[in-house]
Each structure stands twice: as structure tokens, then as C-alpha cells.
Write a protein that binds this ligand. Structure first.
Ligand code: FAD
Length: 338
């Protein structure tokens, strides 16, 4: 059995590209370093509760993404999250912003990537350490010392700094990728014994260590336990990159406590550090594709910093790759497997 395309990264962008290329009859393998697909659209489970510690919610604007979202909604994988929202100023005063509406995966954000990964060949817990083009095609070195079979094409679907480290010097867009810097964000996941005494499900902070605090349990389909996700501001995270989980959690929880009484306090606090949370200045290229090298790059940072950007970038990459790959092997290309 021969394989056509290796995709590095099982986030929204990589999975969208792999799905589309698979639908066109190409055989794809997705390599992911984490334990499951998801990337920054993941959910952390703790016992019977779960926390959307990456993307909070999302919107859909482009016709293509709207079609995808309608399909998810019809299957009960996405629902509208109507939430009461406020803005906190530097003095801890809350300004009511009324009921806002956004979309969320149900019962957790990670269903989006689980669904995109359905029926695809996704190899998890395999970090790709090197990619090189030989006479036989693209060959990848994996962290455990294994080398993959050769692929006709390679798609790198990771945040820009990780992509730059994998691209060969021959790639014309390598410099453009390497020039994109990313900012960190800390996500503290907090559980409480009883609902916090506030009408708000989301509070955005104008200044200080916290950027926003979200009552995770207010999203549709979640368990009733009082859970909150606290996202730091990137500037604050940058200054506290090496602080311990415990220090970060205490500061962020205390910041929430300035605007909402925390009752008996949190029963559990955990923190995750997103080192490459978002691009400082996203490129607007959409996707990169080099037909001679059969090498491409996609990811949210090629359009913006949201789920929809990752989805659109994955499609754009696949669109360009299809044309090259179809010319190379007319016998299988462009035939839908579904
Ligand atoms: C804290 C936070 C809050 C957010 N909030 C929102 C929000 O409210 N709304 C919204 O729309 N978006 C939000 N986002 C952004 C959204 O999560 C991203 O736009 C989207 O998930 C990016 O998808 P992606 O596929 O481009 O990249 P990623 O999700 O980063 O996927 C890249 C994948 O590549 C893998 N990988 C990297 N290097 C290697 C390697 N060498 N080998 C193998 N695998 C590798 C990674 O493990 C990862 O799974 C948020 C992000 C963060 C971090």
C-alpha cells in the first residue's frame, strides 16, 4: 500500500487538509505529538469534569465554514452558547455587556477535531523531529528513532515556529514562516464546590494578568459542576513564563476573586501553558504550497488566530495541493472515496 501525503499536526488545520485530500482519493497519514488530536482546540478531562482550556468558543463567517458548522449542529456536535458577559476595568468594576452568543462543541470543544479525525489515519504520540526530501519522496524522522515510509507530499500544519524548524532551507517560504512570532497564554482550570455568586458566564479584563474568565459549566452539555477557565493575558504570561503552575493559578484565581466572590475558594486548580497560543502578527498568505517540492504549510496563523482561520487555511492548502498531486498521478487523483 502506498501513501501520498504526510500531514504533521492534528489540529483543526491539519485535519481539515487531510480530510479534504482524503475525500479527493489521496492517502494521507497525520502525525501528532500529543496523545490525541485537538491541538489548541482541546479539552482537558479531570474525573467527571472537563475544561475547554484552549479555544473557548468560535464563530463562523465564511460560507464554507458555515456549511461545516451546520452539519455539526445537525448532528448535535455544536450548539449555541448564550452567555451573560461583562467587562472588568482596572479597578475591578464590572460593566454589563448583556447576553452574547457564540458557538461551542458539545459536550466539549474537542469534539470538533475528533469529528474531523474520524476515519483518517492519525498516528498520535509521534513527534516529527525532521523532514527531508530524498529521491524516494518525503521521509520523516520520528522522536522514537523510527523513520517513516516515503510520501509524495508533505503538509506541515503546526504553529509557525514549529513549522519553521521542520522546513528545509530549499523551501521558498521558510523565511516568511520563521518571521512569525507567537505569544504564550496560561490557562488555569478551577473547580468550585458551589456556583460562584455572579450572573456572568464570561468576564473580559481590560488590564492585568487575566484576559478572560469563563464559566465552563455554563456551556451547553457540560456537567453541572462549577468549573471556570481563566486565560492570562499574553503580556503577563510572557513575563511569567517560568513561574510554577501553582504560582500562576494563585495569581489568576485571585484576579477573578477581585470581581467575583470565590466562596470557600477553589477545590482544584490546574494550569496549562500554551507556549505558542497565537501569532503576534498573523501572515495573510492563507496557506503556502510549493508544487516543485510538493511541500505545504497551513495553520490559523496564515489567516488570523481563530478556529475558522485554521479551517479555511487547511482547505486552501488542500485546494492548491490537489492540483499538483492530481497532475502527478491521474489514475487515482480527484476520485472521491465517499
Ligand atoms: C488559550 C487559547 C484560547 C483560544 N480561544 C479561541 C476562541 O475563543 N475562539 C477561536 O476561534 N479560537 C480560539 N483560539 C485559537 C484556536 O484554538 C486556534 O486558532 C486553532 O485551534 C488552531 O488550529 P491549528 O490546526 O492551526 O493549530 P494547532 O491547534 O496548534 O495544531 C497543531 C498541532 O500540531 C502538533 N504538532 C506540533 N509540532 C509537531 C511535531 N513536530 N510533530 C507532530 N505534531 C506536532 C501540535 O501538537 C498540535 O496538535 C484559542 C487558542 C488558545 C491557545
Amino acid at each position: 500500500m502506498s501513501w501520498d501525503v504526510a500531514v504533521i499536526g492534528a489540529g483543526i488545520a491539519g485535519l481539515t487538509a487531510a480530510r479534504r485530500l482524503t475525500d479527493r482519493g489521496l492517502r494521507c497519514v497525520v502525525y501528532e505529538k500529543a496523545r490525541g488530536p485537538g491541538g489548541r482546540c482541546s479539552t482537558r478531562r479531570q474525573g467527571d469534569t472537563s475544561f475547554d482550556h484552549g479555544a473557548i468558543s468560535f464563530t463562523s463567517r465564511s460560507p464554507r465554514f458555515q456549511v461545516q458548522v451546520e452539519g455539526w449542529m445537525a448532528r448535535g456536535l455544536v450548539a449555541e452558547w448564550a452567555h451573560r458577559s461583562a467587562r472588568a476595568d482596572g479597578r475591578g468594576r464590572l460593566e454589563d455587556r448583556g447576553v452574547q452568543r457564540a458557538l461551542v462543541g458539545t459536550p466539549r470543544m474537542s469534539v470538533l477535531t475528533r469529528d474531523l479525525a474520524r476515519d483518517l489515519e492519525v498516528v498520535t504520540e509521534r513527534r516529527v523531529t525532521r523532514a527531508q526530501k530524498t529521491r524516494r519522496g518525503w521521509e520523516l524522522d520520528l522522536e522514537d528513532g523510527v523513520q517513516t515510509i516515503p510520501f509524495r507530499a508533505l503538509v506541515v500544519a503546526t504553529p509557525a515556529p514549529q513549522a519553521a524548524a521542520l522546513l528545509p532551507a530549499a523551501a521558498a517560504f521558510r523565511e516568511a514562516v520563521a518571521s512569525v512570532r507567537c505569544e504564550p497564554v496560561h490557562a488555569t482550570m478551577a473547580s468550585f464546590d458551589a456556583p460562584l455568586d455572579t450572573a456572568y458566564d464570561r468576564i473580559d479584563f481590560e488590564t492585568g494578568p487575566l484576559e478572560c474568565a469563563v464559566r465552563n459549566a455554563s456551556k451547553p452539555g457540560r456537567s453541572d459542576r462549577e468549573t471556570w477557565v481563566l486565560h492570562s493575558s499574553s503580556a503577563w504570561s510572557q513575563e511569567h513564563l517560568d513561574a510554577s503552575q501553582c504560582e500562576i493559578a494563585c495569581v489568576l484565581a485571585a484576579e477573578l476573586g477581585r470581581v467575583v466572590p470565590l466562596g470557600q475558594g477553589a477545590t482544584q486548580l490546574r494550569t496549562h501553558r500554551w507556549l505558542l497560543a497565537r501569532a503576534q502578527a498573523p501572515s495573510r498568505a492563507g496557506a503556502f504550497w510549493d508544487p516543485k517540492l510538493a511541500l505545504g504549510v497551513c495553520g490559523d496563523w496564515l489567516r488570523g488566530d481563530e478556529i475558522e482561520d485554521a479551517f479555511e487555511s487547511g482547505h486552501e492548502l488542500a485546494e492548491r495541493a490537489e492540483q499538483t498531486l492530481a497532475r502527478g498521478a491521474p489514475s487515482w487523483a480527484m476520485q472521491s472515496t465517499r
